[in-house]
Ligand binder design. Structure first.
Ligand code: HEC
Ligand code: HEC
Length: 499
């Protein structure tokens, strides 16, 4: 057991960003790129991280373009207003609004159990992507946590790369043999089958039947973000969040236009988006109570530890691990922004501009190692050594491993859990296997926050997960409790020093 100086952890409490603080200065992408070019990549990373921290905490004002011209004299709305169709009103904003604007800061919603976390029901987002104007069709979404988002993005990049290689090999085979099939898998997860048929010999042309894919799109790009699992990158998701939730439109989204007619343009720079992305990618990772007890950061009785261990076994026995894959190895632990994997970087920004024209380049991109560069959660042990609780864990062979508890696939969760409408065409009852990293600290649970306990969340599983919910229900109450203790042991830790 390691001993730590608890005094270091009892230091000052979180200074809440005060209203009236001056707005964070726009981050200059060219300056960041120049620093990296000049060999100051670490300084550029820390500067972006700090700037991202301020951008997520700051409560923006109308001068900075927060909110939108909704109509009826409003700047914000908690529910979609497709009925407001007048010139410049809600329904005529571009890009097409899904909801909001409904807040002045990111941490207004992402705040539980502390800044950058999940959110209560009161912070649910209501969206109407199809502009139905019909409340019975609206989608309700519970706030997701933002910790260590570099981990799911890097895992998704590596899985996608594997799948591309398997497809390419099958393409070669189909060119020589006329027909081939590819069984796609990566990191121990089965992603289904592609069937390739040669339709022309010279030059070889192939037709791909992707009906046999499981839980992923035909572009083979794994999309780890959003409850629906329909966004591949932190950056793309964040552009949408800034626009829909805060009414802050990034330059890379709308160019020099004022798409929400609030009289302000250039609301977030390319550098701001890089800072926000870097920040969320490099936030500390979720931890387990077992780890915290091992570091003497919390007390755990022998009874509690044995319940957690028994619960982990029951989790596997009940079939939970067949979707919530407990861990995956990560080969290359360096997160890059922009990414260098096709499908994870913008060839062109949504406004049509070339990222390079903003000084945003792959050759001099932001890079940091998920294996220890995260600035937060560096704990001082009693012997004075630094222990990096923010970094990835290692498996028995010293291979960096992410305990993310998802297979990165969408599954049919049955009619009970289904959305009332399917505006994106992904299937109303299909959801991404939600990561259980930190799940003990992110309630309420499920996509609309309907589950007020972990037990409720489990029992609500239907569709492809029905058997495992049945297996859970068949357990004795004591055993159910152990499984829940295991989930509760997956939690978040914040070193008070980092605030
Ligand atoms: C009004 C509440 C609210 C505000 C404000 C808000 N978010 Fe969110 N955030 C959500 C909800 C709800 C989701 C889940 C949305 C979904 O899956 O459709 C989410 C999801 C995310 C995700 C995806 C996480 C994942 O693992 O899939 C990111 C990234 C994110 N938000 C970043 C931000 C940033 C950055 C800001 C500020 C610019 C912000 N959010 C402001 C409510 C909010
Ligand atoms: C067929 C795949 C599948 C199986 C099997 C499965 N889950 Fe899930 N799980 C999901 C999906 C998909 C979601 C997201 C549901 C949603 O978006 O509302 C989820 C959500 C959850 C959540 C809520 C997470 C959150 O942040 O809100 C918990 C807790 C959970 N599962 C635990 C379990 C346990 C325990 C078992 C075994 C008894 C299990 N799951 C079996 C696919 C599965």
């Amino acid at each position: 057991m390691r001993q730590i100086f608890l005094t270091a952890l009892m230091m000052s409490l979180l200074p809440i960003a005060a209203q009236g603080d001056s707005a964070p200065p726009p981050v200059d992408q060219r300056a960041l790129t120049q620093m990296i070019k000049d060999g100051e990549a670490v300084a550029a990373f820390l500067e972006a991280f700090e700037a991202g921290d301020k951008l997520t905490e700051f409560s923006f004002g109308a001068d900075q373009g927060v909110g939108a011209y909704i109509g009826e004299g409003r700047r914000f709305t908690r529910f979609p207003r497709a009925d407001l169709k007048g010139p410049m009103e809600w329904a005529s904003h571009f890009p097409k609004r899904e909801g909001g604007a409904n807040a002045t800061s990111c941490v207004a919603c992402h705040n539980a159990p502390f800044a950058n976390g999940a959110g209560d029901i009161a912070l649910n987002v209501v969206v109407d992507p199809a502009h139905s104007g019909d409340p019975s069709q609206y989608l309700e979404r519970n706030t997701l946590p933002l910790f260590a988002l570099g981990i799911p993005q890097r895992l998704a990049e590596e899985i996608t790369t594997d799948l591309y290689l398997q497809r390419d090999a099958a393409r070669q085979a189909a060119c020589s043999n006329g027909k081939s099939s590819a069984k796609l898998s990566s990191k121990g997860v089965d992603y289904g089958t592609l069937i390739l048929t040669r339709t022309r010999q010279e030059p070889c042309t192939i037709e791909i039947d992707s009906a046999g894919l499981k839980g992923i799109d035909s572009d083979l790009v794994i999309k780890p973000f959003g409850w629906k699992g329909n966004h591949s990158t932190i950056r793309a998701f964040t552009r949408g969040a800034a626009h829909n939730e805060l009414g802050l439109q990034a330059v890379e989204l709308v160019g020099d236009q004022d798409g929400d007619f609030d009289g302000v343009t250039d609301e977030l720079t390319v550098g701001d988006m890089t800072a926000l992305t870097t920040y969320m990618a490099a936030l500390e990772r979720p931890v387990s109570k077992m780890e915290l007890a091992d570091l003497n950061l919390i007390e755990l009785s022998a009874q509690e530890s044995s319940a957690i261990l028994a619960g982990e076994q029951l989790f596997a026995d009940a079939g939970c691990a067949s979707c919530h894959t407990p861990s995956m190895p990560l080969q290359d632990t360096v997160f890059r922004e922009p990414s260098v994997v096709a499908g994870f970087f913008d060839v062109a920004f949504p406004d049509g501009s070339d990222p390079q024209s903003h000084g945003f380049t792959q050759t001099n991109g932001m890079a940091f190692d998920l294996n220890g560069d995260q600035p937060n959660n560096v704990i001082t042990l009693q012997d004075g050594a630094a222990y990096h609780l923010g970094a990835l864990e290692m498996d028995g062979d010293g291979q960096p491993t992410a305990r993310w508890f998802t297979d990165f696939k969408r599954h049919d969760m049955g009619p009970e859990l289904a959305d009332p409408s399917d505006p994106l065409g992904l299937g109303a009852s299909k959801f991404l296997t939600r990561s259980l990293a930190g799940v003990g600290a992110t309630g309420p649970w499920l996509h609309d926050g309907r589950a007020t306990s972990l037990k409720d969340a489990i029992i609500s599983h239907g569709g492809d997960a029905k058997d495992s919910a049945v297996a859970f229900k068949a357990l004795q109450p004591l055993e159910q409790g152990k499984l829940v203790s295991f989930l509760e042991s997956l939690t978040m830790f914040q070193n008070p020093k980092d605030n």
